[in-house]
Design a protein. Structure first.
Lengths: 279, 131
C-alpha cells in the first residue's frame, strides 16, 4: 500500500517566490527568513517522497467566480504554471500522478467528500511557492504532485472540522492504494495576515503559536475554531489556516514535530513552516 | 437582503461573502481578464474602451479608472482579483495592501518590518470609534 511519510505546513507568500526567482534570497530583508528553511529542506531531501499532495487555494487563476469548487483535485499528467497577471513564475512544469489522483478522487467521493474533478488547470503561487520553499530551484521537481484546491477566497470556506475530516479520508484512501508510493501532504497558506482594507497588515503571533501547538497536540480542538475567530484573530486571509487541518488529518493521531520555524514579516504575512512525522 | 454576519463587527475588514460577490461579479470578471497578457496590453492601450467590454456600474468604473484601491473592494472587488489590476500597474501586493490603509507604502512597509499591526484594539468596531 501507499504510505504517508510526513506532513508539512507552509505559508505560500508570493513575495517569497519572487525573492527566489529574482535571486534576492541573500538580501538583508530576506536572508533571515531563508536561513530558516535549511532544516526543512534537509528533511524533505531525506524523506524524498514520490508524491506531494499539495493542499492549497487557487487565487483567481485556475478558477474564477464563474465556478467555485469547495474541494477540487487535479487529475492531469501535468499542470502548467499560471500567469497570475505578471507572467508565469520561472519554475518547472508540475507533473501529476493521475493514477493515484483518480484513486483518491473515487475513494473520497465514495467516502462522502464531493470532490470536483479537474483534468486541466494551471497552478499558481499557492502550489509552487511551497515547492520552492521545500525544494529550492531544481531543474525539475523531484516528485509527482497532486493539487488539492480548497476554496478560501469566496466566503465561506469549508469549516476546519470538514477540512480535518477530509484529511482523515485522504489517509484512508492513500493506505488503500495498491502502489508503493510514499506521500508527503503539504497544507499551505496562512499564518496570520490580512491583505485588504484599513486593517491590512494584521499579525497575531500569539494566535498563530497557539494554532501550531494545537495542530500538533490537539487537532480536534483546533478543528473547532469557528471562521469568525480566524477572521478576527488571524486576519481575513489568515482563514487559509483551515488548509493545514487537511494535512494534519492525513497524519496519525499523534505526531512527532520535526521542525518549526516562523518569521515576521514576509511581505504582509506571519510565515509558518512546520514539519511533522508520523508518531 | 442577507442578515448581518457575526464578522461584520470586525473593523476595517471586508469579507468577500455573497453580498460582495453578487455586487462585484462583472468587476471581478474584468479583473480576472488581466491574467491574459494580450488583455493587459489592450487595457493599457485604451482603458475606457477595454472596460466597455464588461458590465461595470458607474461606481465600479470610476474606482478602476481612478485606482481607488479601497473603493474597489467596497464596490465588490475581491482582493486577489483586485491585485491583477495592481500588478498590471507594477505594484506589489504590499503596495496594494498599504494603499488601502491610508498609509504611504513606506509607512506600511515599516509597520510590517516592526512586526505588523497588533490585534490589540483592532478586534471590534467599537474599538475604532472616534478614530
Amino acid at each position: 500500500m501507499a504510505t504517508i511519510v510526513g506532513g508539512v505546513g507552509c505559508s505560500h507568500v508570493p513575495a517569497v517566490g519572487a525573492a527566489i526567482d529574482k535571486g534576492r534570497t541573500a538580501d538583508p530583508y530576506w536572508a533571515p527568513y531563508f536561513a530558516k528553511l535549511d532544516r526543512a529542506r534537509a528533511w524533505m531531501a531525506e524523506a524524498d517522497p514520490d508524491v506531494c499532495l499539495v493542499v492549497y487555494n487557487d487565487h483567481a487563476n485556475a478558477f474564477s467566480l464563474e465556478v467555485v469548487p469547495t474541494f477540487a483535485i487535479g487529475l492531469a499528467d501535468e499542470f502548467p504554471v499560471a500567469d497570475e497577471g505578471y507572467g508565469p513564475r520561472p519554475v518547472p512544469t508540475v507533473h501529476g500522478h493521475p493514477d493515484l489522483a483518480w484513486h483518491l478522487a473515487e475513494s473520497l467521493i465514495l467516502d462522502e467528500f464531493d470532490m470536483t474533478l479537474v483534468n486541466e488547470m494551471p497552478v499558481d503561487h499557492g502550489l509552487t511557492v511551497p515547492l520552492s520553499v521545500m525544494y529550492g530551484q531544481p531543474e525539475a521537481w523531484p516528485c509527482r504532485v497532486i493539487p488539492l484546491c480548497v476554496n478560501v477566497v469566496q466566503y465561506p470556506p469549508p469549516t476546519g472540522r470538514r477540512c480535518y475530516a477530509l484529511g482523515r479520508a485522504i489517509r484512508r484512501a492513500v493506505e488503500a492504494y495498491e502502489g508503493g508510493e510514499r506521500v508527503v501532504v503539504l497544507g499551505t497558506g496562512g499564518m496570520s495576515h490580512q491583505l485588504q482594507s484599513e486593517r491590512a497588515g494584521l499579525i497575531n503571533v500569539e494566535f498563530d503559536t497557539a494554532f501550531l501547538d494545537g495542530l500538533v497536540a490537539d487537532p480536534d480542538a483546533v478543528a473547532r475554531i469557528p471562521h469568525v475567530e480566524y477572521l478576527r484573530e488571524a486576519g481575513s486571509e489568515g482563514i487559509e489556516l483551515v488548509m493545514w487541518l487537511v494535512m494534519r488529518g492525513a497524519l496519525s493521531p499523534t505526531v512527532h514535530e520535526v521542525y518549526r520555524a516562523t518569521h515576521v514579516p514576509t511581505s504582509n504575512t506571519h510565515n509558518g513552516l512546520l514539519v511533522l512525522e508520523e508518531g | 437582503m442577507p442578515a448581518a454576519r457575526d464578522y461584520d463587527d470586525i473593523p476595517g475588514t471586508i469579507v468577500f461573502d455573497s453580498r460582495r460577490s453578487r455586487r462585484g461579479y462583472a468587476l471581478n470578471k474584468f479583473l480576472m481578464s488581466l491574467n491574459d497578457a494580450a488583455n493587459r496590453d489592450a487595457f493599457r492601450a485604451d482603458e475606457a474602451a477595454y472596460l466597455d467590454r464588461f458590465a461595470l456600474d458607474d461606481e465600479q468604473r470610476a474606482a478602476v479608472l481612478g485606482r481607488d484601491w479601497l473603493r474597489l473592494l467596497e464596490v465588490g472587488g475581491n482582493v486577489y482579483y483586485t491585485y491583477k489590476l495592481a500588478a498590471c500597474d507594477g505594484m506589489t501586493f504590499q503596495d496594494l495592501a498599504g494603499h488601502q490603509t491610508g498609509m504611504t507604502a513606506e509607512q506600511f512597509a515599516e509597520m510590517m518590518r516592526a512586526g505588523g499591526r497588533s490585534p490589540e484594539g483592532n478586534r471590534h468596531r467599537r474599538e475604532w470609534e472616534g478614530r
